[in-house]
Design a binder for this molecule. Structure first.
Ligand code: CA
Length: 231
């Protein structure tokens, strides 16, 4: 799960980022409204956590522009205690939820989970392609009914590919989504991580009737294999 946090108060940003990372969420923090809007409208985020009072552009204006541009990324607003009008305006402008300051990060995480469960009722929390089944809420993954023990990173990688079976992703796309932007472009961490996932699946699959669900696409990157489709 990749989250954009737009919040100018460093103290809040620090504890929210720490809490998110503990949950294996990938978080990008941005303390400025203009930059926040630019990132929110360009990047692929699963959730945007948006403060209202910001230097540059304020949160409600960011939200309004995103929704007007057809960006449907779930947004949770952070509001000050007495900003009731802002909460109402925010919801009217298309926020999915709000949380009043001060708050505990655990509460924010619970709200995010609840919000995603609600929004993705039909968007599927459980992905199942071929023998592989992945639960985005409980973060459990199984192959032919047998549980696979994946690290946070491995889970995020396979989830990213599995959300769009058949679609080819470049190493750079995978790096940006799963590792964030601070990476060395010559790194082979993606290949190493995929090898580890394949090994874990292979160790459970003694039938060898099914090929690895992650296909290498020569010179380009990787894709999640759509059963019934030739490589
Ligand atoms: Ca603020």
């Amino acid at each position: 799960m990749k989250i954009l946090l737009i919040e100018d108060e460093q103290r809040i940003a620090d504890f929210v980022c720490a809490g998110f990372r503990e949950q294996h969420f990938l978080v990008e923090h941005c303390p400025d409204g203009n930059d926040g809007y630019a990132r929110a409208s360009q990047g692929a985020y699963d959730v945007i956590v948006l403060d209202i009072m910001l230097p540059g552009r304020d949160g409600l204006s960011i939200l309004k522009s995103l929704r007007q541009a057809g960006n449907a990324t779930p947004v949770i607003l952070l509001t000050a205690r007495n900003e009731l009008d802002d909460r109402i305006d925010g919801l009217n402008l298309g926020a999915d939820d709000y949380l009043a300051k001060p708050f505990f990060v655990e509460e924010l995480i619970a709200r995010i989970h609840a919000m995603l469960r609600r929004i993705s009722g039909e968007r599927q929390n459980v992905l199942a392609v071929g023998s592989l089944k992945l639960d985005r809420i409980s973060r459990e993954v199984s192959w032919a009914g047998k549980s696979i023990d994946l690290t946070g990173r491995e889970f995020n990688l396979i989830e990213y590919l599995m959300r769009s079976p058949g679609r080819v992703f470049t190493r750079t796309q995978i790096l940006e989504h799963v590792w964030g932007y601070d990476f060395d472009p010559s790194t082979n961490v993606v290949d190493v991580c995929i090898q580890r996932i394949r090994k874990k699946i292979a160790s459970l699959d003694h039938s060898e009737t099914e090929t690895s669900p992650i296909e290498s696409v020569r010179g380009v990157g990787y894709r999640f294999h759509k059963p019934g489709e030739s490589a």
